[in-house]
Design a protein around this ligand. Structure first.
Ligand code: ZN
Length: 448
């Protein structure tokens, strides 16, 4: 199978744009008829939903966020104002807590599940998966819609799922069931490779032919390292409970956005307007609903915490016409310093400089401090060494700085002028502070 849904994936740009506008109209009509939140909003703002004719008109509608969802559900309200179907039509209920800790509720119908699975099925086929493959899924099941709908996608393509849910499964799973593909995050797959090596198995000889990463942003350097230790071309995916499932095809020149199922706009920092092409912006999503299908939660102009850039709307070398975006990164992982900013990913670029990986495990953490007397911000980077005694700190430092500053001349100037300083701390394995905390490791802590 070369394409999962050739009719849609190979549609010409002009056909696709018309198709998307039809779906935008249908989605608006559906929301005005079924979503208590939007019903009230159209009435209160005296906007006729039939005036929303194409995707540009979405700018007339409010931008909503996780906060809007929380304000329109219990305990703040008596009912779930974003729920757009009868309770009997809800297939699953999901909660995501995000950073605030207060959960947002998402309702999914079976139609929603089928659309999620369709998005993953297209991605998996574009990455070369097919009948006979066996995929170990290290993404968590439970409240995570991703792992579950990947499993439905596998059924539609015809391959086997080993639903591990995490990447700490025993090495025996590798030798007994011989997965041909693994889905996990970059760090989890680095750890797995290490565990295999410790058991005398070369990851390159393990039988795994495809590695699919997702779940968090990463630096190109860390992916290159993963490619090297597994001897594969690792493909990237980006997914969220809000319905954005994008993925790289084998060509690996950006993540394809399933434009017929999710509409993605990029807004500038002040959230006033779209960014012009070739610039980074905040991802704002609208889930598109096909005529006759149901959606449990309709989201129009949903502001995410991620930023990206459109790489191309031209046809990809794989033949697909759906636009391609840069690997998204989290806005909450941005660090702002006077006139510039950098992201956790930039720190990771420095750590994973290819020549550093002889000495480092890749695990790192960074802390930011501010000294008001000297008006100086200091970043302390903790690096985990394979062998603390033979770590070439001078080399690591130079490599780090060259990668870290490569796309940010202003930051380099601050460093030269002394407004910004970086100090390095090398530790032996297991000694980073992040191991002491539960949950997702916090790699950048701003203590200014
Ligand atoms: Zn492609």
């Amino acid at each position: 199978m070369e394409y999962f849904n050739a009719d849609i994936e190979l549609m010409s740009r002009s056909e696709l744009d018309i198709f998307v506008d039809e779906r935008v109209r249908n989605t608006i009509r559906y929301s005005a008829e079924n979503s208590p939140f939007y019903k009230r909003w159209f009435k209160k703002n005296k906007i006729d939903p039939f005036n929303i004719k194409e995707h540009e008109d979405l700018r007339e509608l409010p931008i909503i966020s996780g906060k809007t969802i929380r304000e329109n559900q219990p305990p703040q309200r008596n009912e779930f104002l974003f729920k757009s179907v009868e309770c009997s039509e809800v297939f699953t209920i999901h909660e995501t807590s995000g950073t605030s800790g207060i959960p947002k509720t998402f309702f999914s119908t079976w139609d929603d599940w089928k659309r999620y699975a369709e998005k993953y099925a297209r991605i998996f086929v574009s990455q070369g998966l097919g009948e006979g493959d066996r995929m170990a899924v290290c993404a968590s099941y439970g409240m995570n819609v991703g792992a579950n709908t990947m499993t439905v996608a596998a059924k539609r393509i015809g391959f086997t799922i080993i639903p591990e849910g995490k990447c700490t499964f025993p090495v025996r799973v590798m030798t007994t069931y011989k997965p041909t593909a693994i889905v996990g995050s970059v760090f989890k797959l680095i750890h797995l490779a290490q565990r295999l090596e410790d058991s005398g198995i070369d990851p390159k000889e393990s039988g795994v032919e495809k590695l699919i990463v997702g779940g968090e942003g990463f630096a190109p350097e860390s992916r290159a390292y993963l490619d090297k230790i597994w001897g594969l071309d690792v493909c990237n995916t980006y997914g969220s409970t809000e319905g954005a499932m994008c993925g790289e095809c084998k060509i690996r020149e950006g993540l394809h956005v399933p434009e017929d199922l999710v509409h993605m706009d990029l807004y500038n920092e002040k959230m006033k307007d779209f960014v012009s092409e070739g610039n980074e912006g905040k991802i704002v999503l609208t889930t598109l609903i096909p005529n006759g299908e149901k959606a449990g939660t309709v989201l129009i102009n949903y502001e995410t915490d991620d930023q990206t850039e459109v790489l191309s709307k031209e046809k990809c070398r794989c033949g697909r016409t759906h636009m391609r975006i840069k690997n998204p990164k989290r806005v909450s992982e941005n660090v702002y310093l006077e006139e510039t900013s950098f992201n956790r990913i930039d720190i990771e670029s420095g750590v994973f400089h290819p020549q550093n990986m002889k000495y480092l495990t890749g695990e790192y953490e960074a802390f930011l401090y501010y000294d008001p007397v000297n008006n100086q911000t200091t970043m302390q980077v903790g690096l985990e060494c394979r062998d603390i005694h033979s770590c070439d700190i001078k080399l690591i430092k130079d490599n780090f700085l060259s990668s870290f500053f490569k796309n940010n001349k202003i930051l380099e100037d601050y460093f030269t002028e002394g407004i910004f300083d970086i100090i390095f701390r090398t530790v032996k394995t297991g000694d980073l502070g992040l191991y002491k905390l539960k949950g997702r490791p916090k790699r950048i802590v701003d203590r200014r």
